[in-house]
Design a protein around this ligand. Structure first.
Ligand code: GRF
Length: 321
C-alpha cells in the first residue's frame, strides 16, 4: 500500500465530522491519516477534541484580528510545513480566496448537509422543509471557487419524516454525514493509485483528440489513431513484469530524449520493459502529484507522431485557422 495521504481537516466549530474522519483513520487499512486540524477560530471545540485525540492542532489567529490575507497565507504555510496532500473542510465557515482554491484544485473536499445541487449555502434544512421535500441528505464534493458547486464525489439520502423540524432533520443528516465523509475521503485518497481511475483519466484526455479508438496491446488497454486499424499511440502498462509503475506509454522522439528524461526525472519517467526498445517512453501515473496537463501534452505529441498525414494536416490547418 502506498504511504497514507496526509489530510488537514479545517473546522470552525464543534467538529463532529472531523471526529468521524479521525476515528475512521484509525482502521489499519485507511488510506489517509489526519496530519493536521486547524481552522479560523482558535477557540473552536473541535480543536480541543482533536488535541485530546493526539492529532496535531495548530491554532491560527482568527482572521478578524489578523486580516483575511494574512490568515490564508499563514494557513498555506502550515499546510506546506505539515506536507499536507488533501484538505477536508468540515464545518469551515469561511469563504476561501480564489488563489487558495486554485492551489488546492482537486485536493480539497467539503461536506454539505443537502443533496446538492439542491439547497446550496446556509439554512439547508429549513430550505428542504419549506420545499416540502421527502428526502434530504448529505454531499461530499470538491471545492471550487463557486460555492457548493464542485464535482460531487458522493451523496447519501436521508428521509424527511412527518413532523421533522430543522433540528431533528439536521441531527439525522449529521449521522449520514459521519458515514459518508470518511468513506469518500478514503476513496479520494486512494484515487491516484487506482488503475481504473487512472485509465478513465487517460481515456478522457485521449478522446479530446481526433479519430481516437480503443485497442489492446498484449492485453493492455491502448488507444489508436485513425480508426480500428490505426496505430497505437498510448498504452497503459499496469505494473507490467514486476514494474512498480502504473505507466502510460507514449512515443518519444527517440532513445536520446528518453534517457535524458529518465535520468533527470526518474520519479516521473521510466524505461518500460520490452516496450522501451521500440521507442515507448513510460510515464509513472500512480503518483499523487501527476500533472494531467502535462500528460495531455504527451498524449497529443504521441498522437501526432502516430497519426496518418491526412489527420496531422487537418490538425495543422485547424491551428493556423
Ligand atoms: C455539518 O452539518 C456540515 O455538513 C456543515 O457544517 C456542519 C458542521 O458540523 N458543513 P460539525 O462541526 O462537523 O459537527
Amino acid at each position: 500500500m502506498p504511504e497514507r495521504s496526509r489530510v488537514a481537516v479545517l473546522v470552525s466549530g464543534r467538529g463532529s465530522n472531523m471526529a468521524a474522519l479521525i476515528y475512521a483513520s484509525r482502521a489499519a487499512d485507511c488510506p489517509y491519516e489526519v496530519a493536521l486540524v486547524t481552522g479560523d477560530n482558535p477557540e473552536a471545540s473541535g480543536l480541543a477534541l482533536a488535541q485530546a485525540e493526539d492529532v496535531r492542532v495548530v491554532r491560527l489567529p482568527a482572521p478578524g484580528e489578523a486580516g483575511k490575507r494574512q490568515f490564508f497565507d499563514a494557513l498555506q504555510q502550515v499546510l506546506e510545513e505539515r506536507r499536507i496532500d488533501l484538505i477536508a473542510l468540515a464545518g469551515f465557515m469561511r469563504i476561501l480566496p480564489d488563489d487558495f482554491v486554485d492551489a488546492w484544485n482537486g485536493r480539497m473536499l467539503n461536506i454539505h448537509p443537502s443533496l446538492l445541487p439542491r439547497h446550496k449555502g446556509l439554512k439547508t434544512h429549513a430550505a428542504c422543509l419549506a420545499a416540502g421535500e421527502s428526502t434530504s441528505g448529505a454531499t461530499v464534493h470538491l471545492v471550487t471557487s463557486e460555492l457548493d458547486s464542485g464535482e460531487i464525489l458522493g451523496q447519501v439520502e436521508v428521509a424527511v419524516l412527518p413532523g421533522d423540524d430543522e433540528a431533528s432533520l439536521a441531527e439525522r443528516v449529521l449521522i449520514a454525514e459521519h458515514q459518508l465523509y470518511p468513506r469518500i475521503l478514503a476513496e479520494h485518497a486512494s484515487r491516484p493509485f487506482n488503475a481504473d481511475w487512472i485509465e478513465q483519466q487517460v481515456d478522457r484526455l485521449t478522446h479530446k483528440l481526433p479519430e481516437v479508438g480503443r485497442k489492446t496491446s498484449h492485453g493492455s488497454p491502448g488507444w489508436s489513431v485513425g480508426g480500428e486499424k490505426g496505430k497505437l499511440f498510448a498504452i497503459i502498462a499496469n505494473q507490467h513484469h514486476g514494474e512498480d509503475a502504473i505507466g502510460l506509454l507514449v512515443k518519444a522522439s527517440g532513445p536520446d530524449e528518453m534517457t535524458g528524461l529518465i535520468e533527470t526525472q526518474p520519479e516521473k519517467y521510466y524505461w518500460p520493459k520490452y516496450y522501451g526498445a521500440s521507442g515507448w517512453l513510460g510515464m509513472k501515473l500512480n503518483r499523487r502529484d501527476v500533472d494531467w496537463a502535462e500528460v495531455a501534452d504527451w498524449l497529443e505529441r504521441s498522437w501526432r507522431a502516430c497519426a496518418p498525414p491526412r489527420l496531422t494536416k487537418l490538425m495543422r490547418a485547424a491551428e493556423e485557422f
